[in-house]
Design a protein around this ligand. Sequence first.
Ligand code: R5P
Length: 309
Amino acid sequence: MFKLFSGTSNVALTSRVSHLLLTPIADSEVVRFENSEIRVHINGDVKNSVCVLIQSTSNPTDTHLMELFFFCDALRRQEAKKVIGIIPYFGYARQDVQHRPGECVSVNVIIKFLESIGFYKIYTVNLHDEATEGVFSIPFKNIDAFPILAREIKKYIKDVTVSKVAVVSPDHGGVERARKFSDELFGHQNHTIAVVEKRRDLEHIHQSVALDLYGDVKGKVAILVDDMITSGGTLIHAAQLCLDRGATKVLAAVVHHDFAPNAPKKLQSSLIERFFTTDSIALKSTQKFKKLHEVTIAPLIAEEFKNFV
Ligand code: R5P
């Protein structure tokens, strides 16, 4: 049997998983000191139990990461049989190469920490770049949330014929992701993919421009597919380009809403008609907006628990 633990970053998602599994969240406590340090305490007996911890390392990333590490340490000290980390949103995943000389490769550092603290296995959802999987030397699984998002969008555009839909990647790096998404959406491979040529300004954070669009979106519903959003710039510029090239409307499917403070407002007033996302990151009340349609990934996570014996 396993015990289910929740870090503080996304208790709502853990509760949904707990509800599906008919398993309570095990008792633990995270104390926050006034100097910003935290302390994790496991309240029950976990000796010889498989312990599964759900914790997204979303904003505030570093605090949530420390919590994740401390949970693992506390569980190991209480002689848990195995500690499995489910990190629905994996912070720092974008820093996976030296984009410029002199930079750190942050995701590699995080992985070293996870391994040396003693996690037995790590799960995440739509890791920014699948190649990062190769950095792990412990078992690792990348869960795909796009089938869930594709199902929701399918319902939303149920009256639109396939020939009137184009799946659009907002940058070159996401073409394979867009292709997989459209395979899910249509159930076959005979469909239109388009791609935006995006240039990021590496000297200024959150700055990018959409230079060109390759592929036909004229007279079609354009569905922008991305793994994550922060400032919203990537999607908003891509949406504008799709409409300039004759798309009838623009929808967006994004797994992780790692919103910068003004992103929800920008999306609500953007040309994107509906923004489909998941609950991999807890949505704050200040981040809700009318166009947002959030779908839970709890069933995908709950499904993995049959492996935890
Ligand atoms: C980049 O490679 C990612 O897939 C996203 O396109 C990017 O992180 C989105 O960031 P923003 O919303 O700040 O443009």
